[in-house]
Design a binder for this molecule. Structure first.
Ligand code: URA
Length: 426
């Protein structure tokens, strides 16, 4: 077997054989297939696609490069959620303790932000003392004691994906349904969760810009999960407007705690409760309703225990950025557009995200939103507050917001897109 013949086959639109797939994934992980060869193959896959058999074999081959976790010793069924990434999407933070409060165990292996979408671990690290890196034993202890754990995936889980994802990120080969589906599902199947709810984001702030693309991605992932014995469903949710009223690490933690205290913005609460109900149903748990657990304080109790178990000080003040800049409404009328991608890039440029994996992030940086589309606004009224420790970034963030805010004449009708656009199950 050699890399060039595998690349040529996909370049010429042939289906890769099982043998070719198994070999190329294993050889790439061991360093025998070079990065430039794998990037050529990834580009051929992006351009020419894969049939379902190839996607499922590719996913299995990636799982086989690492360890598989096993939660069968836990007394509770496990349920996990994965979002394909959005702006202001902090749902994992309130969701994990909420689902734990309702009777399922939540092993949530999460990632860091890259580009304009935020990462769960970066957000939680703004809580003083909180640790993302846990050993397998520590992870099991937190999960057993508190019902939920959010931590970094260890190096041993689907190492082929770790290498391939980093390569795709710098070779323009992220936006491929076979490659995204196999990347996400190899990690989730290796993680060993019993049930999985996928939040497939659609819109300007998401990888999938159209509903048709998002449906295809969701169907592919639900098929892979189901075939591997994971009870998998997907919600397709809107991501053309940021979720909630904040984008940025500590800002999003603050808003998540508001949700756990029974408050928080309506869209964030709606999505959190909908995902929690799906996670519980997929795990076969019919305990407390998530809305009740947000109101009676039990979700907050689980949050406090989960964060404390990972070294976090739940009562410590969250970091606040040193400098603020207010963006005002350019005219009087109806705010009809607040583009998720523009806000995500602004938050990233303010220091909430990183351009390269090794860059540090600013805990307090980001964007606070004072008005969402549909609101009547007056010229000069506060729309956004930008936060950063490095004020030279304001101009760069404001540039990202150009064209991202639309105010139409007073009385212009505005019909919001439903937050939940579709549900895909087998
Ligand atoms: N998230 C992943 O883990 N992989 C992708 O390819 C895209 C989003």
């Amino acid at each position: 077997m050699d890399a060039v013949s595998v690349i040529r086959a996909k370049r010429d639109r042939a289906e890769l054989t099982d043998k070719q797939i198994d070999w190329v994934i294993d050889a790439y992980t061991r360093g025998e297939v070079a990065d430039e060869q794998m990037s050529a193959l990834a580009m051929a896959i992006l351009l020419n696609g894969m049939v379902p058999r190839e996607i499922s074999r590719w996913t299995e081959a990636m799982i086989r490069t690492g360890v598989r976790m096993d939660f069968s010793s836990l007394p509770l069924p496990t349920s996990d959620k994965h979002s394909t990434g959005g702006v202001g999407d902090k749902t994992t933070l309130p969701l994990a303790p909420l689902v734990a409060a309702c009777g399922a165990a939540v092993p949530q292996l999460s990632g860091r932000g890259l580009g304009h979408t935020g990462g769960t671990l970066d957000k939680l690290e703004s809580i003083p003392g909180w640790r993302a890196a846990l050993s397998n034993d520590e992870m099991m202890t937190v999960l057993r004691d508190t019902g939920a754990v959010i931590c970094a995936a260890g190096d041993g889980l689907a190492p082929a994906d770790r290498k391939l994802y980093a390569l795709r990120d710098v070779t323009g080969t992220v936006e491929s349904i076979p490659l995204i589906a196999s990347s996400i599902m190899s990690k989730k199947i290796a993680e060993g969760t019993g049930a999985l709810v996928l939040d497939v984001k659609v819109g300007t702030g998401a990888f999938m810009k159209s509903l048709d693309q998002a449906r295809e991605l969701a169907r592919t992932m639900v098929g892979l999960g189901t075939a591997a014995g994971v009870n998998t469903v997907a919600l397709l949710t809107g991501m053309s407007v940021p979720l909630g009223l904040t984008a940025g690490n500590a800002l999003e933690v603050r808003e998540s705690v508001e949700v756990l205290a029974g408050g928080g913005p309506a869209d964030l609460v709606e999505l959190t409760v909908a995902l929690a109900r799906e996670m519980l149903a997929a795990a076969g748990v019919s305990g407390k309703d998530p809305e009740t657990a947000l109101k009676d304080g039990s979700a907050m109790d689980h949050w406090r225990r989960m964060i404390t178990a990972q070294g976090g000080d739940v009562d410590a003040p969250l970091p606040v950025a040193r400098e603020q800049h207010v963006v005002t409404a350019p005219a009087t009328g109806v705010l009809t557009g607040l583009d998720a991608y523009a806000v995500g890039v602004a938050a990233w440029r303010l220091g909430a995200g990183r351009a390269r994996k090794e860059d540090p992030v600013q805990a307090g940086a980001g964007v606070e939103i004072h008005a969402k589309p549909g609101a009547e606004v007056t010229a000069g009224q506060r729309l956004l507050t930008l936060h950063t420790d490095t004020p030279e970034r304001f101009a760069y963030a404001l540039e990202a917001l150009e064209g991202g805010i639309t105010v139409d004449a007073p009385g212009t009708p505005y019909t919001p897109e439903p937050l939940i656009l579709d549900r895909i199950a087998v």
